[in-house]
Design a protein. Sequence first.
Length: 195
Amino acid sequence: FPEKPNELKEVPLWIKTISYIMQPFNPLAGIRVAGPFGPWFINAVRPDISKKYLVALTDPNLIPEYIYQCNCQHPSGESAFHSMMVDFAWAKNPIVRRIDKLSPTIAITLLYGSRSWTDHSATDIIKEKRIHSYFKLQIVSGAGHHVYADKPEAFNQIVLDACNYSDGVSRNNLALMPPDSGGESDAESNASDSN
C-alpha cells in the first residue's frame, strides 16, 4: 500500500461509517463467517473473479471453492496484512519512506495493471531514491488489480524476467523507468506476439 496522502478528497459519511465499523475485522472475515456458504458468498460478491477463469475451466464453482478453501482457516497472513494497513487502502509504515536504506544491489520490479485501483504514485519516489539501483516499472495494459488472473502470460513473463535479472545480470544499471508506451509492458507485447 502507498502512504496516505495529506490532502485526501472528502469521503462520503456512509463510507466513513462502514470503514469505521469494518476496521477491527480482517478483509476476508466474511468468508469465514459464511461457513459452508463461503463459496456462494464469494461468487455473489465477486462474480468477476470466477468469470476470468471460465475460458480455461469448465466448472464455474471451482474458483470460488478454491478461494474459500485458501481463506477459511486461521488468517495468519491476512492478519499480518491487516496489521500493516490503515483505512483499508494505505500503509501504516510505507516502505517508500525507507526504500533508500535497502541495499543498492537489491533489484526492484513493480508490477501494476493499467486498470488497477491501486495508487502507484510512489514509483517516482522510488526511482528518485534508488538512482544507483535497478528499478523497473511494469504496467500491464488491460489488467486490473489481479494482474496474474487478468493477463497470466504477461504476469508470468514479467516475474520470470525479474527473477532472471536478479539471478545473474550485472548490478551496474541505473534506475530504469520504461517510456510511456500506452501502458503496455514488453511482456504484454511478447505474450500477444506469441499467440
